[in-house]
Design a protein around this ligand. Structure first.
Ligand code: KIV
Length: 273
């Protein structure tokens, strides 16, 4: 298949993503947290749907991703899984469900797979979470890595600024990416790092590298649905391209509805029994 042509008939698997990288077909990935949005996104031809812990921000209104629980992630993942037929569905392991305890990490990943029927999990971090990643992989659960800006560590970083600009952090990122590939991750998300560094990692690794704020030299791109649809208007980082102004469309629609109700114009005779 040529680049940017969507094959809507074949189920996307982790193996197929690796094949796409080797053919040079870019991978599209977007978040979803509910049935109705996931259905639209899947039917539009998205390759990967991420049930991201960004649900903590855009669905629950928290300032960070830290408060979301494993039960809440499973609730979102179950709703998404009911809608999706073609895309590969990856679910974030939330903060506190895998760090520092590989048995708990495996138990968390198993709950996600058993209760939601999702197809893979994503974890933030490199060498420091190696044991957790290895234990999850040993149970046959596909793992996507996540390096660079890892929002679950916001309290350590102190800001959401671009990561790995300095050599020491860039070297660690490269070594973590190689480690994640060696132990068996099927793909890695690189968030908010210099484009040249992300391109280097994508060239060196054989598994797909999916970028967000990591430039165009990687194997695919991921965005948060609410950001790219213009629902979440307060968030405007440089890497974000807005494909719609849903907040504007919704505001107009809601204001028209309010006006029609106030005027007594809704419902009319055709809209009544
Ligand atoms: O939770 C999320 O939406 C993510 C993406 C930003 C990659 O992890």
């Amino acid at each position: 298949m040529s680049t940017n042509t969507v094959d809507n008939t074949r189920k996307v698997t982790t193996r197929r993503l690796v094949e796409m990288k080797h053919r040079g077909d870019k991978i599209s990935m977007l978040t979803a947290y509910d049935y109705s949005s996931a259905k639209i996104i899947d039917e539009a031809g998205m390759d990967v749907i991420l049930v991201g812990d960004s649900a903590s921000n855009v669905m629950a209104g928290n300032i960070t991703t830290l408060p979301i629980t494993l039960d809440q992630m499973i609730y979102h993942a179950k709703s998404v899984m009911k809608a999706v037929k073609r895309a590969l569905v990856v679910v974030d392991l939330p903060f506190g469900s895998y760090q520092g305890n590989s048995k708990e990490a495996l138990a968390s990943a198993i709950r996600i797979m058993k209760e939601s029927h999702a197809e893979a999990v994503k974890l933030e971090g490199g060498a420091e979470i190696r044991e957790s990643v290895e234990r999850i992989l040993s149970a046959g659960i596909p793992v996507m890595g996540h390096l660079g800006l890892t929002p679950q560590s916001i309290n350590k970083f102190g800001t959401y600024n671009v990561r790995a600009k300095e050599k020491e952090e860039a070297d660690k990122l490269i070594s973590d990416a190689h480690l994640l590939e060696e132990i068996g991750c099927f793909a890695i998300v690189l968030e908010k790092i210099p484009a040249a560094l992300a391109t280097k990692v994508a060239k060196e690794l054989t598994i797909p590298i999916i970028g967000i704020g990591a430039g165009g030299g990687v194997d695919g791109q991921v965005l948060v649905m609410h950001d790219m649809l213009g629902i979440n208007k307060g968030f405007s980082p440089r890497f974000l391209r807005r494909y719609a102004d849903l907040a504007g469309i919704m505001t107009d629609a809601v204001q028209n509805y309010i006006a029609d109700v106030k005027k007594g114009d809704f419902p009319n005779a055709q809209e009544s029994y």
